[in-house]
Design a protein around this ligand. Sequence first.
Ligand code: AMP
Length: 302
Amino acid sequence: MVHTSHSFWQKVVAVTQSALDEGALQPISTQLKIVPDRGIPFAVRIVDSLNRKEIAQKKRQNQPKDKPFNPFLPYEEALFVEDLSSSHVCLLNKYNVVDHHLLIVTREYQSQDSWLSYSDFEALVRCLWVADGLGFYNGGYEAGASQHHKHLQLIPLNSPDGTEALPISSMIRDQKNHWETHQRLPSLPFWHSLYELSLQWNESHLNAISDRLLRTYRQIMADLGMNLQGESPDAPYNLLITRDWMMGIRRSQASYQGIGVNSLGYGGWLLVKTAADLEKLKHIGPMNLLQQVGCPPPASAR
Ligand code: AMP
């Protein structure tokens, strides 16, 4: 399916408006506070207190009691943006914290715990090509996934009304000489692996780009100690993908002292439920939080 970036973006904006009008899209309003830690200006969002109860209630209403609920099969028509391929659709995230948060969802059921495949990257690349931004995958419950049906995600960053730059991006830029050869940022105290992609983003190269992303992902999984021959990844992980680089992080737990972290946390975006949690987070320290929910790097990477 070929679409120009302009028409895709118009669709995202139009579907956002109609889904808001219908009440299908239920954005979570937050306040933004910057908490700098070891060179990264962490952007911490605090859920508005008025919003909190309402969201919890609505989320509960959505959950049938008898079987595990799957919000993507069927998905809500009002949130549908585009067919990406024969295997994937693009939807709006129903409870978005930032604008135009996209979900890239398999049409048929696949588990969030399974390996990412060529078709997953192909669908992501189709979105990343038309909406430059941060793609990510929360690989497992302990990595912050709340839904068990396979979904990648994309937050546009450089679009006309995109979100602010990713807090970690200046560190990635400044320490490039090091990670280009060592595949890690020396200042990050947890097990991770980072690769430059050096891709030519051109419409005629999208299949080659998808293939390159798949190969880089497999390399990152191996670097994080996963057995590539296994039926599924043997540990939870986060994956961050931009047009220029891909980073994987091995995870140990979903949260620390009640503060949850997903892939966005490793890009420098954290979310807390209350002002008291913000104080707790400041006390713990954002980088220490990421370390606590991550894993220590292996001796060879220290
Ligand atoms: P994750 O929490 O990383 O697994 O991402 C799943 C996302 O799906 C969450 O951010 C939810 O806000 C979003 N979500 C939950 N229910 C729906 C729904 N019915 N339609 C679209 N998105 C949903």
